[in-house]
Design a protein around this ligand. Sequence first.
Ligand code: FES
Length: 150
Amino acid sequence: MSQVIEYSEKVMDHFKNPRNVGEIENASGVGTVGNAKCGDIMRIYLDIDENQVIKDCKFKTFGCGAAVATSSMATEMVIGKTVNEALLVTNKAVMEALDGLPPVKVHCSLLAEEAIHAALWDYAEKNNITIEGLKPPVKDIEESDKIDEE
Ligand code: FES
């Protein structure tokens, strides 16, 4: 039996007009994660200045509409934040900012969060710094302990 999935207006807006799609040349950090459930992939690029402030963030994805919308919103939310503040941009915060996602699409929102974390990890490694509270990146979000939709 098929089920019609309803999205909020904000999700539809970010899906139809995604913000910050693309790449950053010589990015300060790049993170790529996959989603074993659906095979979708997300890559995030961060441009971080000497004060550890995120100046720019872009994304590229082979992902579904929910992955596009959550990444678009997540990039908007991390720009202007410090690397520490960016850790507070969780998939839950992004979903709230989008007025929610249907439960079957929650795993899609993790792609953006995990890719941002992976990009921050890359930045920290390149600069030999530690970002408090940042865990090593997962390659695949099925390894993540954050999915509890079943
Ligand atoms: Fe793959 Fe949404 S179905 S990220």
